[in-house]
Ligand binder design. Structure first.
Ligand code: TUI
Length: 315
């Protein structure tokens, strides 16, 4: 049976985290993944503490298993939400889009397991020194806010640099990707894009259809000029953003304003023209809707079969 230090330390059956995706990862999806034996994660995104408090309480009503809250460190509400998760003593906090150092002592004091997403070895070392339980090494294949390094290059380098367990993220959507991550030294994986197709994922049907219809070359990164590169499925919004980004006559403020609210327009409204449909490069591998439990069990089954046969591939 596929287990690792991550399962023991977090108290989960399978070493699979569900990514904290803005306007996607709510209490219902998180609880479904946790009930399936993985770690479900609620996205605090740009929301205020009352929304996050409600989601935590809803999640507690839907599962008695561990779950996490993802804190997006660029959120205008980050201070209040950081305080809230400590008060609520949520089992796990993951972080994204920044350095969580200043919040970590209070979280650790509250008994929370802190698992930051890191895009580089230096940041992995830094959060380990700060008391992180584990790190998620996320490659640029992922959806949403991305770093520069690929999963293939980043994961083994982070594994060599830290003693705490490493989870791999970015470009993993089935048991093959999961087995590959274990071969690189990871002790777990975090998947976002694959869970977009879960029945329990409440995104607009247009978003699910875009993911199910995606081809390998259909994602694009925009926003490098603003210092926040973001990967999404190509559509009129992404094309327009890229055009404005190339135009020296467009100020950073105007560019940023153009992007505001686009993730919500995709996930909630299903607005195919003006929405930002965040998804990773692996979207084309996601071919059908399934329950969170089917996704988790299928991935684990495929991974175990591959790792069990790993030696057979060598003559
Ligand atoms: O955070 C994510 N993915 C996200 S956050 C998000 S909301 C957003 N929307 C528009 C612009 C920016 C954010 C959508 N998707 N993934 C985890 C992640 N964290 N990827 C990369 C990083 C990261 C980057 C830099 C973590 C630490 C870091 O530190 C360096 C620094 O200077 O802050």
């Amino acid at each position: 049976m596929l287990r690792s230090r991550i399962c023991e330390v977090i108290g989960i059956r399978y070493p699979i985290f569900q990514g904290g995706m803005a306007w996607v990862s709510d209490a219902k999806l998180a609880a479904a993944v946790s009930n399936a034996g993985g770690l479900g994660i609620i996205s605090a995104m740009n929301a205020d503490e009352s929304y996050v408090r409600e989601q935590i309480r809803l999640c507690r009503g839907l599962t008695d298993k561990p779950f996490g809250v993802n804190i997006m460190l660029m959120s205008p509400h980050v201070e209040a939400v950081a305080k809230l998760v400590a008060e609520e003593k949520v089992p796990v906090v993951t972080t994204g889009a920044g350095l969580p150092g200043k919040y970590m002592p209070a979280w650790i004091e509250a008994g929370i397991k802190v698992v930051p997403v890191v895009p580089s070895v230096a940041i992995a070392r830094r959060v380990e020194r700060g008391g992180a339980t584990a790190v998620i090494a996320e490659g640029t294949e992922s959806g949403g806010h991305v770093g520069e390094l690929t999963t293939m290059a980043l994961v083994p380098q982070v594994v060599d640099a830290v003693k705490i367990p490493v989870l791999a993220a970015g470009g993993i959507a089935d048991g093959r990707g999961m087995a590959a991550a274990f071969m690189l030294g990871a002790e777990g994986v975090q998947c976002g894009t694959r869970f977009l197709s879960a029945y329990e994922c409440g995104i607009h049907p247009n978003y699910k259809k875009k993911v199910l219809d995606a081809r390998d070359i259909d994602t694009q990164v925009t926003g490098r000029r603003l210092g926040h590169p973001v990967r999404a499925l190509r559509n009129p919004f992404v094309n327009k953003f890229a055009e404005l980004e190339r135009d020296p006559g467009v100020t950073d403020e105007a560019l940023s304003a153009f992007g505001t609210g686009a993730v919500r327009k995709a996930a909630v409204d299903g607005n195919l023209q003006e929405g930002s449909f965040l998804a990773g490069q692996i979207a084309a591998l996601v071919k059908r809707e399934q329950s969170a439990q089917e996704i988790v069990e299928e991935m684990v089954g495929e991974c175990e079969a591959l790792l069990g046969r790993a030696g057979e591939r060598i003559e």
